[in-house]
Design a protein around this ligand. Structure first.
Ligand SMILES: [Zn+2]
Length: 324
């Protein structure tokens, strides 16, 4: 009887030891797994502090209004990796900026985009890395009356003719150009203002009405004396320089990655189609051509087919760059 008791205590101890051993083995195995996954990093020549940094994505906002531009920043992107995004079935490319070790992407929210929630996905070398819900809110754009002076009427620019011309001629010519996606990237700096002095006399997004005709103002009107120099807001290629009925003498610059700037109602061209221009270079002089009631510059910015508030686009990106 005593023997049986000793034997059972012995057997019990053996089982207990076995359990302890097996759990220790399991955790050890886990440890070796962890170690092996870190191993390649330790063999690289870069410092350990750099290698442990994970790719980080940040957004300038998670709530945007129609006409806003969202800035997306990617940090610690490995040299060989490709980061790209997708927003409402639209591709988003990232670009670098001189002096910054981060990558950036500009997501334009069209002035007419339906308010609601949209998914923004970020991919790192083809693998989904992040999904974020972006809420697009309705902007309260002012409703104003379409202004037609006797001089405009003399030129045949009545509200009816303006509306018809935009939808059949001027708008068609412009949208055919700005809706093209050019994967090239011509800029590596922030954007600048097109004039030395900014006097905003016609807000972005204004809805102008007259007798059942509605025209949304998809740019900003900047007051300027006749003949004031206009600067390119960034490096790019002049893809249009010509006179249109409603927009007057117009210049369009392609900055690459689906970003275009448009300068309307000029008195004179200082750049021609095909020319590569630099940020701050004089491309034309302000005027009063087309549907205009006095000398001014109308500036528009398109970002991936979206009509965005040009001043918010320039300022928003500049603020982010300064913070970085
Ligand atoms: Zn305008």
């Amino acid at each position: 009887m005593k023997r049986i008791l000793i034997l059972s205590i012995f057997l019990f101890s053996l089982i207990l030891l076995g359990i302890v051993y097996s759990t220790r083995f399991y955790s050890f195995e886990k440890e070796t797994e962890d170690l092996s996954s870190e191993m390649p990093l330790e063999t690289t020549t870069t410092t350990k502090e750099e290698t442990v940094l994970e790719t980080k994505i940040s957004f300038s906002a998670l709530e945007v209004y129609q006409g806003d531009t969202l800035v997306i920043v990617a940090e610690n992107v490995p040299d060989q990796a490709v980061v790209r995004g997708e927003f409402d079935s639209q591709d988003l490319e990232f670009f670098s900026i001189e002096g910054k070790d981060k990558l950036f992407s500009l997501l334009g929210i069209d002035a007419k985009k339906s308010p609601g929630e949209y998914i923004l996905s970020i991919f790192l070398s083809g693998e989904l890395m992040l999904e974020e819900i972006i809420e697009v809110k309705k902007s309260d754009f002012y409703i104003t009356q379409i202004v037609i002076t006797p001089e405009l009427e003399e030129k045949g620019l009545t509200a009816d003719n303006i509306s018809k011309n935009i939808s059949t001629n001027d708008g068609v010519i412009v949208y055919e150009i700005v809706n093209k996606y050019n994967p090239e990237i011509y800029f590596n700096k922030s954007f600048v203002y097109p004039l030395d002095e900014l006097i905003n006399v016609g807000a972005f997004g204004n809805i102008r009405k007259d007798n059942g005709i509605t025209i949304q103002h998809l740019g900003v009107d900047l007051d300027a004396e006749q003949g004031t120099p206009i600067y390119a807001i960034n490096d790019g290629q002049v893809v249009f320089a010509g006179e249109l009925t409603v927009y007057g003498k117009t210049i369009i610059i392609d900055h690459g990655l689906g970003i275009y700037s448009l300068y309307l109602h000029l008195s004179e061209f200082k750049a021609s189609k095909g020319l590569m221009v630099e940020r701050g270079e004089i491309i034309g002089l302000t005027g009063n051509t087309g549907w205009s009631t006095g000398p001014h510059l109308h500036l528009s910015v398109k970002a991936n087919k979206a009509s965005v508030d040009p001043l918010k686009f320039i300022e928003g990106f500049d603020i982010i760059l300064k913070e970085e």
